[in-house]
Design a protein around this ligand. Sequence first.
Ligand code: COA
Length: 289
Amino acid sequence: MSGNGRADAVMTLIEPVTRNPGQLPAPQQAPPVKLWLCPNDDLTPALRDLLAAHWLDEQERHTAGKFLFERDRRQYLVAHILVRRALALEAGLAEAELVMWRSRRGRPFLRPVAGGLPRGGTHLDFNLSHAGGYNLLGIVRSRRIGVDVEGLDRDARGIDTITGTFAPEEQQWIARVAPGHTRDRRVLRLWTLKEAYSKALGLGLGLPFDEFAFTLDDDRGVRAFRPPDQDRFGRWCFLELEPVPGVLVAVAVPAGDGQPGVLQFHHGFPWARAAPRDIPLPEPVGGAV
Ligand SMILES: CC(C)(COP(=O)(O)OP(=O)(O)OC[C@H]1O[C@@H](n2cnc3c(N)ncnc32)[C@H](O)[C@@H]1OP(=O)(O)O)[C@@H](O)C(=O)NCCC(=O)NCCS
């Protein structure tokens, strides 16, 4: 693990946009966002340990060896095997050849490959989340991504604690419904979105959660977004999903110049190139139009 300035520099790099001199630029379709949701159960213990031995680097194997509980080790191993498999498919490199860097705040990056990636382009961004037996991985070209997965089964104390970190207008929206399932769901939808957003920035919990705010539709979807002062991207696309009942997923990507594009959703370990489910990304929110 090498937390250093090189990884932070990679965060600012984006691939050039191809333009046609002398012609009106066609509306650009942003590159697809690729999302994998992989349950731990998708890999048997024997296969998981075999793949870990072949694909993970020394640092990852060292980290896996430090967990006190077997369920945490299992979650970590499946998550990192998933990262290497999906990045290998996207980049065209062997799983064990991928070199990971980490920023000072612990955000992992794929080290740029001299001469570009075998499957085209130069930079991929990815983000990982793991919780309650599920591993969520987002990959995108030419822009940043943050993802989060959370189970809806938090206890009351956990719900109260995280609610206390939210912006005043979010706390008011939560308080508009009686305590219970609907209120917990509001809290966890906000929490998942906030984590995805702060992870896209690379700040994680280092970004105070009361410095930015979401306005949500009652059922699903982000209606408005008030970014924190340090946001240099301005407008964002946020997607909320519940791919499995009781499992909330949020994805955050900066809007860019063109059309929001689609998210390609894959469920299960990426053994083969099975067709994903295409989900249109919502219109951007936040910042100046
Ligand atoms: C990122 C963070 C919000 C993760 O919270 P979480 O809900 O427990 O975990 P999730 O499962 O959603 O995400 C964990 C993954 O996010 C990624 N991650 C770690 N730090 C990250 C960051 N700063 N930004 C974005 N993603 C990060 C990692 O891939 C991590 O999994 P891994 O450690 O197995 O590789 C939290 O760890 C955090 O705030 N980290 C930053 C801490 C910091 O600022 N440290 C400074 C040290 S001086």
